[in-house]
Ligand binder design. Structure first.
Ligand SMILES: Nc1ncnc2c1ncn2[C@@H]1O[C@H](COP(=O)(O)OP(=O)(O)OP(=O)(O)O)[C@@H](O)[C@H]1O
Length: 310
């Protein structure tokens, strides 16, 4: 769906991105991760036909973004870092306007607007002025305008920007709901924002792709290997003995007979942790995959400590 080769963009003498190369299959949901200034927006604007590259090639659904921008624009929906919303319009009216602009036949506009509102949870604000919406709802309208013409590819530049934690949970659910109908490329500077939403991650640092793969693969490649967090009630020695069968165990906290522990093992071994605890007659209070560590690994990667690129 997206094929990028040697993509480079200079602003004056400064290379915002250098020799980017990656490939995204149809139907994939890809997270594009990098700290502020890493080059995410520059890359996404080139893919969105908003900016021309200095050199290199980006091909979307078989069409080159430089030589065939019209064909590319028909196939993509783009949420830029600042959504292009008209404050004085009503939500439904705005989406209908965008649908017509993107060539949706008049008789289908109303159904497409309803479909976009349904997907993004905007039904209740169809007749609300855009100016009256909260930031979270404005971001949803930004996503709705990107998908109202049913593009094969959705490019979302930091859809989580400025959202509070509850709105962030809703945005993640929204993006998960797009799977199947669209290929999605979504950027963020925080792993936690897109964690568990994406099939694969592309990590960009100082204008270069420094790693790509699933969260699990990146964790392993970065030396993390993943870990499992578990809270158990029971006698200390029995708890430790039961969990040691799964992997190396570290006690994180202990209070009033409840132990919080970290087991150094990949997240897929959670069922084994559960079996070990319950099988030993202990009480399992909580069982989570450890994501904090991956976040810190990601920060290490993007802040510049030595890591092998994939
Ligand atoms: N119009 C411009 N003129 C000059 N330099 C620019 C321009 N736009 C971006 N840059 C520089 O290019 C680099 C990459 O910027 P870009 O906006 O693509 O990064 P980003 O990862 O999207 O970061 P952010 O999340 O802050 O937008 C940065 O060093 C930035 O300062």
């Amino acid at each position: 769906m997206i094929h990028v080769e040697g993509l480079t963009k200079y602003y004056g003498s400064h290379a915002a991105i250098r020799e980017l190369a990656f490939h995204i299959e149809r139907g994939e949901v890809i997270g594009f991760l990098g700290l502020n200034g890493a080059g995410k927006t520059t890359t996404l604007k080139i893919l969105g036909c908003v900016l021309l590259p200095t050199s290199g090639r980006a091909v979307i659904d078989g069409y080159d973004v430089v030589s065939h921008p019209h064909e590319v624009r028909q196939r993509i929906g783009f949420l830029p870092d600042t959504p292009p919303l008209y404050d004085e319009m009503l939500v439904g009216e705005f989406l209908a306007f965008v649908a017509r602009l993107r060539g949706v036949p008049s008789r289908e506009v109303s159904a497409r607007v309803s479909e976009a509102e349904e997907k993004t949870g905007l039904r209740d604000v169809d007749d609300a002025p855009i100016s009256s919406l909260s930031h979270g709802y404005r971001q949803r309208v930004g996503v709705a305008q990107a998908l109202v013409h049913r593009p094969a590819l959705l490019i979302l530049d930091e859809p989580g920007s400025g959202l509070d934690p509850r709105q962030m949970v809703e945005m993640r659910a929204l993006i998960r709901g797009l799977r199947g109908a669209h290929t999605v490329l979504v950027s963020s500077h925080l792993l936690s924002e897109i964690s568990q939403t994406c099939d694969r991650l592309l990590v960009i640092k100082d204008g270069e792709i420094v790693a790509q793969g699933t969260e699990e693969e990146l964790g392993q490649r970065l030396g993390g290997g993943g870990f499992i967090e578990v809270e158990v009630r029971g006698e200390r020695e029995r708890v430790l003995a039961a969990l040691a069968a799964v992997g190396p165990v570290h006690v994180v906290a202990e209070a009033e007979g409840v132990m919080t522990l970290r087991v150094d093992a990949p997240a897929e071994l959670r069922p084994r942790v559960a079996q070990a605890v319950v099988g030993a007659g202990l009480e399992l209070l909580r069982l989570d995959r450890g994501t904090e560590k991956l976040e810190s690994l990601f920060l290490r990667l993007t802040r510049g400590q030595e890591v092998t690129a994939s």
